[in-house]
Design a protein around this ligand. Structure first.
Ligand code: TRP
Length: 328
């Protein structure tokens, strides 16, 4: 039986943190069981926002892929590759750009928002406008049925489907598959300060966070503000620390609720216990990652092999597309 195809990508713009693990990586890992998965380093997409300091992309790519591997992305089962090394992405991007009306891109909510928000990065560029068309190429080259993404990416998925339909109607041939979003119904993990976990807020726990800074970060977290003294009962639902237990150590969730609402343990003690749960989860991965990074060639070997596999699929699809257009 042919497995359905999944494609997803991450932009190598910074270290991966617990938010990435909860929101994407943990999901990728379980999807490998059932699907034929393609996991892509979206380095061209990264360049669109990081072009003023492009040299970081290479190292961040290796660092991110090392995380993928230690947390369980399996290169024997899934195809791991860099977008920039499979040239077909850019060729199809050109083709899709030709058939994508400008209005679809200028009206894309992510475009309007990002240009407003990321003023300091100056992404009001020609390439950035085409972001969703490149993303559509990433997806349809592999005829992906499903694309696991967060809600923020839904407009891009919708555009990808529209571009696929436009191609079929123009050239009277269904070369591409209309991709469906696979909305990750995972609980979200807030940042240490309760806002969205993000590099720019510096409120994250990196997947390879060292013990000392991890301790500072966790013990510095805010708890229920109504609980001033240990003997005051707390409200777990209002406590960010509690929401971390849910993700990191759900077995303790009930106990922690009881410690808090019945004022059995103080917040400092509660955070110390959370700290040790996080350490238990992250420390072995961090050590494994150190080992892997001692020989970066191993990572490049994995990427090269993935890229050869990806290229086979991508070039076959590109050929079909060109044939449908009678370009070849
Ligand atoms: N735009 C995605 C993000 O920022 C990254 C990405 C690029 C992607 N190409 C993709 C995700 C293809 C899914 C499928 O998260």
């Amino acid at each position: 039986m042919n497995k359905k195809v999944i494609l997803s990508g991450m932009r190598p713009t910074g270290k991966l943190h617990l938010g990435h693990w909860v929101g994407a990586l943990s999901n990728w890992i379980s999807l490998q069981e059932k699907y034929n998965c393609f996991f892509m380093v979206a380095d061209w997409h990264a360049l669109m926002s990081e072009y003023k300091n492009p040299k970081l992309i290479k190292d961040i790519t290796v660092d991110n892929v090392a995380d993928w591997l230690v947390f369980g992305v399996d290169p024997h089962r899934s195809t791991i590759f860099r977008q920039s090394q499979v040239l077909e992405h850019l060729e199809l991007f050109m083709i899709l750009s030709v058939i994508t009306p400008l209005g679809w891109l200028t009206r894309c909510p992510t475009f309007k928002e990002q240009v407003k928000q990321l003023k300091e990065k100056d992404i009001n560029t020609y390439a950035f406008l085409g972001y969703p068309a490149l993303q559509a190429s990433d997806i349809v080259l592999y005829k992906a049925n499903y694309v696991p993404v967060g809600e923020d990416q839904l407009p891009h998925l919708e555009l990808s489907r529209e571009i696929v339909r436009r191609f079929s109607s123009l050239y009277k041939k269904k070369v591409f598959t209309e991709p469906q979003a696979l909305l990750t119904k995972v609980s979200r993990l807030s940042g240490l300060d309760g806002r969205k976990m993000s590099k720019s807020y510096n409120n994250y726990i990196a997947l390879d966070q060292d013990d000392d800074s991890l301790e500072k970060k966790v013990l510095g977290m805010f708890t229920d503000p109504a609980r001033k003294r240990k003997k005051d009962p707390g409200h777990p639902k209002k406590c960010n620390v509690f929401s971390y237990y849910r993700i990191i150590n759900p077995d303790l969730e009930e106990d922690v609720g009881d410690w808090c609402t019945h004022a059995k343990k103080g917040c400092v003690e509660c955070k110390k216990i959370l700290l040790s749960s996080i350490k238990k989860f992250l420390t072995p991965k961090r050590e494994e990652k150190k080992e892997i990074l001692k020989d970066k060639n191993k990572i490049y070997d994995i990427l090269n092999r993935g890229e050869a596999k990806a290229k086979k699929v991508a070039s076959a699809t590109l050929r079909e597309a060109k044939k449908a257009m009678k370009l070849i």
